[in-house]
Design a protein around this ligand. Structure first.
Ligand SMILES: Cc1cc2nc3c(=O)[nH]c(=O)nc-3n(C[C@H](O)[C@H](O)[C@H](O)COP(=O)(O)O)c2cc1C
Length: 384
């Protein structure tokens, strides 16, 4: 194995997989592997430069974005490949009643893992598994060994650098050619609608601001959402997941003040509502809507996640940042799950057209660097 560039042969992968399986057997179902310091992604770039073999694929998967940084994934390895499983203990509860965000997050992890494997010379075939009772939703099956895959090798370099950037974007427009290049990355049954003109952007902003207010007024949504808030730095470091003060990417002085005097979840939400209007929507030159052809189809949500992640890596390579803005979709899902067609279902359908909006995000050039967010060790499930 070439440790310097992380490339490996299929045999290395298989050896790694066997090793991991052995550790999983030792730690038992749901146990975690003996993850070394380098793979504790306090600084993901550090971890990325040293992780090899199967560790590198699992690290790539865990560095994916997930709603509220829930990291709702588990892994099962064997010599032929890696199974990816969802973790229903790590969902957003009533704030994600259809499990749309769970499946989009899982798609992001799947894409990162596949890119990392292909980049290292072990391409994988992705097999989606519908409705498995244990949460198994996809398998990465190792395919024939190659010399490495140029396009994926380039994208893989963005895996440790990709961030959800919540700071202000600058005034530059995103060139139509860049939007077209990102749009060409859509997976099967997924399309993107770009909202570039001021009127469409104003409509999305209005929906998002109203949805944020509705979210804050809904006690059930708030309870399940606050479960993932880590308002003190010590909680953030202990849990290594969730919504954190640092993640809000506020000006340094405010961020330091809030680290010294952690906000309550309610006061943090007041800042979130304001930032949605002013910073997030107010500075966005373009919004993207990722649309699945068939409303409610879980494997399409996974494909939306795969598309989002591939787009975000490609955007990172171009110096662009992406940031999901999910409030309107969360309230739309609440409408759908309670059987009442309401203003958020109608508003999103008008903006997105046929199919169903499965993820919405803003895209632009960042003005403030975003710190990496916390990650947990990967949870390994014993082979059945
Ligand atoms: C399905 C999905 C929905 C998300 N929705 C939001 C959102 O509404 N607002 C937001 O600030 N971040 C959102 N995110 C970004 C996550 O909060 C972010 O990925 C996580 O905190 C980890 O941070 P990172 O992406 O910088 O690694 C979403 C991510 C996913 C995958």
């Amino acid at each position: 194995m070439n440790v310097a560039d992380g490339s490996m042969t299929r045999r290395d992968f298989v050896k790694g997989a066997a090793g991991v399986t052995a550790v999983a057997a030792l730690t038992g179902v749901g146990g975690t592997m003996a993850w070394n310091r380098a793979t504790q992604p306090e600084d993901p770039s550090d971890a990325w430069s040293t992780a090899t073999g199967i560790d590198r694929i699992l690290l790539a998967a865990t560095l994916a974005p997930s709603s509220h940084n829930t990291q709702p994934w588990r892994f099962r390895t064997n010599p032929e490949g890696i199974d990816l499983l969802g973790d229903t203990d790590r969902t957003m509860g009533r704030a994600d009643p259809r499990l749309r965000e769970l499946h989009v997050s899982l798609g992001c992890a799947l894409e990162n893992a596949a890119i990392a494997a292909a980049a290292a010379g072990t391409p994988v075939v992705i097999e989606q598994v519908p409705d498995a009772p244990d949460g198994h939703f996809a398998t990465l099956r190792f395919a024939a060994e190659t010399e490495g895959d140029g396009a994926n090798a380039e994208l893989a370099t963005a895996i440790p650098r990709r961030r959800t950037n919540r700071g202000p974007f600058d005034e530059r427009v995103v060139a139509p050619a860049s939007l077209a290049a990102l749009g060409a990355l859509c997976n099967e049954n997924v399309r993107v609608v770009w909202l570039t003109d001021p009127e469409a952007r104003a409509r999305f902003t209005d929906l998002s601001v109203k949805a944020t207010e509705a979210h804050i007024a809904d006690t059930e949504l708030q309870l399940d959402s606050h479960r993932w808030y880590r308002m003190s730095q010590s909680d953030a470091e202990e849990y290594r997941d969730g919504i954190t003060v640092r993640g809000a990417n506020l000006p340094v002085v405010i961020s330091l003040f809030m680290e010294l005097f952690p906000p309550t979840p309610d006061s943090f939400d007041a800042g979130w509502a304001k930032a949605t209007r002013t910073t997030h929507c107010g500075t966005a030159p373009v919004f993207g809507l990722l649309i699945g052809e068939n409303a409610g189809d879980k494997s399409e949500w996974v494909n939306v996640g795969r598309t989002y992640e591939r787009m975000q890596l490609a955007a990172t390579m171009k110096g662009l940042s992406m940031h999901p803005i999910s409030q309107a979709l969360a309230i739309r899902d609440r409408e759908v799950s309670t059987g009442s067609a309401g203003p958020f279902s109608a508003g999103l359908a008008e903006l997105g057209g046929a199919g169903e909006v499965a993820l919405a995000f803003r895209l632009g050039y960042p003005t403030r660097e975003q710190q990496p967010s916390m990650r947990r060790q990967p949870t390994l499930v014993k082979a059945s």
